[in-house]
Design a binder for this molecule. Sequence first.
Ligand code: UD1
Length: 343
Amino acid sequence: MSKKILITGGTGYIGSHTAVELIQKNYEVFLVDNFSNSHSSVLQGIKRITQIEPHFTKLELTDKQAVAEYFADHHDLDAVIHFAALKAVGESVEKPLLYYQNNLISLLHLLENMIEYQIPYLVFSSSCTVYGEPDKLPIKETAPIKPALSPYGNTKQISEEIIVDLTKAEDNFSAILLRYFNPIGAHPSGLIGELPIGIPNNLVPYITQTAAGIRDVLRIFGDDYDTPDGTCIRDYIHVVDLAKAHIAALERLINAENESNCEVFNIGTGRGHSVLEIVHTFEKVNHIKLNYIIDDRREGDVEKVWADNTKAQKILQWKPQFTIEDALRDAWQWEKNYRGIKT
Ligand code: UD1
């Protein structure tokens, strides 16, 4: 019998790509989402790629009663992959309580029910933001956790701590924390991708929306950093590679290969690219001229980060397959498909 996996934030950007990969490996997938930053049309995209309609329930994870009812109806789940969270750094600075309320209360409700119904495995969506401005590059999992630069970052740190404590207290509960670097790109089919509601905060959706004429101009936040071209450096990872890391983590838990009840892995490519490199690669692979200007630095931005991913390569036997060119081509393909742009 196929294993039953719950994906919270299942219609979101990373959740939907993970759903596709799981379905294609014959897992039975249950998605929940409150559509706060996604659309129900994503479900059609998943179905068109996989020929399978995932189970879906609109669920507000901060609603204790609703979550309890959901689990009472789905107590035979085998594992949970928890993506559902707010993730806009700037917004979190303006509305800290919203972030703590949403990201932490949701997690607590989920964990309470996992313990109640003895659902033993959790894969958690963490972030390289927990490392802050790193002392050493590339960043290893053993690097110190720095005071968070934003309430958003703090919710990820606190969430990790909550999960670690629970895995210590409960012998039959194990978790893997995946610290993502910067997910970009879209499914190569062009049928699902990143679909932020409102003005995008993140670089690549801002680029694709500028190319599509929805935004006038991309603002590059600072060109006076201590980097070769002066713009910030990040480790951009194709979202399908990231989705596959979740399958590797899940299978490690299910096959009881984990060495401790709580393990942590960096999920990045191990390579850094500057903002200008991303812009120019986007222009080159898609034969497009992008309208951009250099603007002031964005508050809270880290100068440079990229992952040491050797632990994931060795232990999860996971390796990124896609290049930055693939990711930027797929991102544009998706934006064009979604907007009905023909070129
Ligand atoms: C940050 C966090 C990441 C978190 C993500 C959630 C760090 C190091 N990273 O990603 O963990 O999951 O937020 O949203 O804390 N940029 C522009 N113009 C734009 C948009 C972005 O120049 O319009 C630049 C930024 O200055 C940055 C790069 O592009 O250098 C990437 O920015 P973004 O996509 O927002 O991601 P991070 O801030 O790196």
